[in-house]
Design a protein around this ligand. Sequence first.
Ligand code: HEM
Length: 500
Amino acid sequence: MENTLGLLFFLFTLLFCIFSFLLFLSRMKPWCNCHTCRTYTTMSWTTHFTNLSDWYTHLLRNSATGTIHIHVLGNIVTSNPINVEYMLKTRFQNYPKGKPFSAILGDLLGHGIFNVDGSAWMFQRKMASLELGSVAVRTYALQIVTEEIRTRLLPLMVSSVACDQQDQDSVMDLQDILRRFSFDNICKFSFGVDPGCLQPSLPVSPFAAAFDTASKLSAERAMTSSPITWKIKRLLNIGSEKKLKQAIKIINNLAEELINKRRKIGFSTRKDLLSRFMSSVENDNKYLRDIIVSFLLAGRDTVAAALTGFFFLLSKNPSVEVLIREELDRILDNPVQECASFEQLQRMHYLTAAIYESMRLFPPVQFDSKFAQEDDVLPDGTFVPMGTRVTYHPYAMGRMERVWGSDCLKFKPERWLHDGVFVPEDPFKYPVFQAGVRICLGKELAVVEMKSLVATLIRQFDIRVVGSDTEPRFAPGLTATMRGGLSVRVYERSGRWNDP
Ligand code: HEM
């Protein structure tokens, strides 16, 4: 009798597994042979488009609803602001990060804020909003940024000034400099530790390098049509999964060191983010490590990517540069006031507009996905089967005529100004910082950091991109990174204080 029951149970389990697998296949269509899926799997889109995001933009433009379905990836992608509002606000509960996302990024992010839903997310969001929300904290962050600019960035720029356009030695990778700059800042601000990446020798930080490798390889997991491939590689510890494991080990060791040091020095009176979390989850090193990694990801690559895109666009649009300089000359003291105060930065409406405008065209997070918990229908009529990955695509949205009008491809800060005053747009039309319930918590901080850097640099230097006529190629990653960096020449601005 017992044997028969056991056999029945086994058969039932087997049938259930087969049924679930068939259901998965019928929903995900990993074999789909439609034109779009074939173009994706054969990578033939590369013959016409530089970046995957450019091809997606093309598909989304040609879709009547502004939404497409890449069947082989089980991925619905939308550029329709009404859908974006629906998934990020109206039906937020049905579009969590979901298990597939947690699996892809789980090894790197663990249970950090970016990778969790429900109560774990709410707790971290509450703690982080306390830290990031107040004006006092922003002023503190600006002090850190200003110091990094004065003591490291400016001397480095001065030492890199080019004599002329033939001066090959003076070509510098601005993207690398900006990544070092934002890494130093986020570490100082969040953990009270200075990694010194922007010191004159431009040292290689093992933390930063391991972090780059790990985020690149984690993002590549999401690009495979089935998670089985990377899961098997991980099980066998081979290829990219072996490298990922090694990079994560370095990150874990360094994070552990950071936590232990902080514990030794004492954290109860400190104001940085790590200390705040340590007061609430004192002995859980794994959890604290996850928090560290999430904040590094949040604050470093995004700001550097945004600034890289900004300088690329500025180099191609000298008239915008002229207008920014006019505003700076009106607000800052003449002669040389190196860095602007918080109050002065608040008055720079044109600069704010230029920064928002550059992220419209080059959003640091080009697309972002959630997973539908239940079957659903988006406002544009698209049916979403349970378990489907639903992606909103800020990169494509910024290039969509129906969202931004016929001049959508133009870099035009004026579209953000009403009578000279910066007016933010509907966040669901511009989900560069996400929008709705999980909107970015570091938005204001990031904008202050960017404005401070731009105001200082372009007042003193002309920064010219080498080969600005070619469109950037992006490397796969969680945030936009230009392949090969952003090569620039830096010229000192002559005669800038001769004006009356
Ligand atoms: C230009 C710079 C930045 C951009 C474009 C940006 C963009 C984003 C985006 C798209 C998300 C949603 C990610 C997701 O849920 O999948 C996000 C979330 C978040 N960002 Fe930012 N971010 C920037 C800078 C920062 C900075 C400097 C910090 C902190 C120091 C920060 C802290 C956060 C946090 C904590 C979240 C998680 C919010 C949550 O899940 O509730 N961000 N950001």
